[in-house]
Every structure is written in C-alpha cells, then in structure tokens.
Design a protein around this ligand. Sequence first.
Ligand code: PHB
Length: 394
Amino acid sequence: MTRTLRNALLGAAFGLALAAGPAGAATIKVGVVAPFSGPFGVVGKSFKEAIELYQAEHGKTVGNDTVEFVYKDLDQANPAQSKALSQELIVKERVSVLAGYFFTPDALAVAPLIDEANIPCVIFNAATSAITEKSPRYVRTSFTLWQNTVPLAEYMAKQGIKKAISAVSDYGPGIDGEAAFKATFEKHGGTVVDTIRMPLKSADFAPFMQRIKDSGAEAVYAFLPAGPATLAFAKAFNDTGLRAAGIKFFGPGDLTQEPDLPALGDAALGITTTFNYSRAHDSAMNKAFVAKHKEMFGSYDTVTFTSVGAYDGTHVIYQMIKNAGGRIDGAKAVESVKGMSWESPRGPLTIDPDSRHVTQTIYLRTVEKVDGKLENVEKEAFPKQPDYGYKLAK
Ligand code: PHB
C-alpha cells in the first residue's frame, strides 16, 4: 500500500473522533457496497429495505450518536471496483464500518483495506468459508456453502440416493459447495459420479443438462449465485427433460430465492433445498418482519435470504457501536461481538468467536403453493449448524 493511501486511511479513522461535537454526539457512518442496479439489483434493494426496517424499529441513534448508511452500487462481481468503492467510503465518506458485499471476490478484495484502516467489515452475504480467515476484522451474518450443504448431503444419503452429480458455478462458493457435497455424501455411503464446474457467466445450461443426463446420476446437487443464473438453470432442468426423466434436484436455497419464484412458476414445485431463511418461516418474529416490509414498502416480494443477512448485520453493527460508546476501533469492535447471541426472523443466531460467522439453524424446505403463492415450506430443522468449512485444510 502506498504511503499516501496509508496516511489517508489512518487520517480517515482519526477524523472520526474529530466529528464528535461538543456534547459528544457524532454521526457514525456505515458504508454498504452491493448491487443496486443490473441483474442483481434486487439484492441491494433487499439490503436497503432491511436496514431501513431495522432503523424504523430501533431508531437511528445509538447513545448520543446518529447512525447513517451510505450506499455504493457494485452491479456485478468486480473485486477491483469493490476495493475502489470501499476505499472511497473510508477516505472520502469517513465510514466507521463497511458492510454488504454480495459476491465472494468483492468481499475478499477489501481484506487489506479493513486491516490498514482498522475498520470492521460486516458481510451480509458473500459465502465462501475462507473469507473470514483473510482478516480478523470480518464478521459474517449470512451462511456458508459448507453450512448449508452438509445437512443437505446427509439428508440426500438418508433418502437412499446412491449416485449423485454436482454442478456448481466455478468460483469460491461453488467450489466450497462441491467439496462439502462430495465429502459429506460419500461419507454417508453415496458416490459423486461427476463434478461439473460452470463458468460464472454461463447463460446456456443445456450442455450441462446433457452431461447430467449422461452421467447416470439419480440426483443433482447444484449451486449458482442467486439471480438470473439460478433461474435459468432451474428452468433448463425442466425444459431439457431432466425432471421428466426422474432425476431429483437439490441444492442450497439460493436456487429458489423468493424474488425468483414467480418467474420460475410451477417449474419450482417440489424443489428441495436447505437454507438459513425462508420467507414462510413460521415464527411470530418472522411474521412481523414480513408484515413490516409490506407496511413500509408496499410489498414483501423482495423478502429473502439477503434481507435477513442485512437485518441481522445491522443488528451486529448497532451492537458494535453500543459497545464502543462512540468511536469505533475495528479490532475491538469485532472482539466485542464475538459470542453474541440473538433472535432473528430466521431463528436463533450466535457469532462463533473463532470463525466470526453465525452459527444458526439450517432448514430443509420444499417449494409448495401456499394461498396461491410459491413459498419455501420448511420441513425439517437442523439447529446450531456451524461453518463446517472454516479453517478446513483445502
Ligand atoms: C457469493 O459470491 O459468495 C455468493 C453469491 C450469491 C449467492 C451465494 C453466494 O447466492
């Protein structure tokens, strides 16, 4: 890092103390980097809505300080741009906390920045296990592929499935999903007959469907980042006749995220996934969460896993600010939330002190029609699932 940047970053952190007024009241800024436009725009929208909802419930002040969120649009996975935007947030906006990050490469790109500037980074989504190993200043409130895949692979083996194939996007979380699936499914007596890695930008899935069909697998485990690719993959599974051929279709719940269910239509019916959150989760807190979205934004159509990632992430940020009693010191702020437990619309959460990732309940769900609307209906719960991939020799 150049001397100028280092000075600017340190100056930025120091400047926060000067922002405090005579009464000790300050504005604490939180920078959020996420897709707000383009094919993944619903992610940024869901983050922002969840933050606004949290602030509507808990207020915009913590002690004497006002918490202000500043948003930067990163429309697709682009680590160089993620780093540039995050640096701008630190140096120009003087944020005390960084947050958001949908794609793994974008979260990874800020590790040197958050360490230099001593700023905590609360990841609302990016789900590759190794991310939190790259800086002690990362805390994550989403899920990891290992966390969702271990219970799914165990369930599939228990269903008597013997031969499966994996098909994943060829980058961090996909590779984690593939490894978690193979290790767990084979430990429970199954065989993974082939492992398909698909380029992140694939749009035509027919050739992969052919490979799945030819493999002789009874079931497929699939991971793609939630959005246009999951939608196209699930549609191709039906359109190319794999469903009709009796091949069973499983994956983490990114495949059936709520905002895509109307477009998937009946093609989604019966898809079984594991995930940390379903909009249809049956709890008083979740019902209130969904109803509050409708009240504030006129609809709850965007409520999905990224909503709770951001809502719980905001809760952690508020707790860091409360614990700091003013100026945030990144390392101390992270230390202060290790072991923190709370109740979320998704269920109980704890920040594991080692991985700084949330231990949580993972649910087995099947897409069904509820009152004419497609929903991920929870069938089984696997409580207290850790990030099985943290510091796993890879
Ligand atoms: C990731 O890049 O870590 C990622 C993106 C979208 C998902 C899950 C993981 O749905």
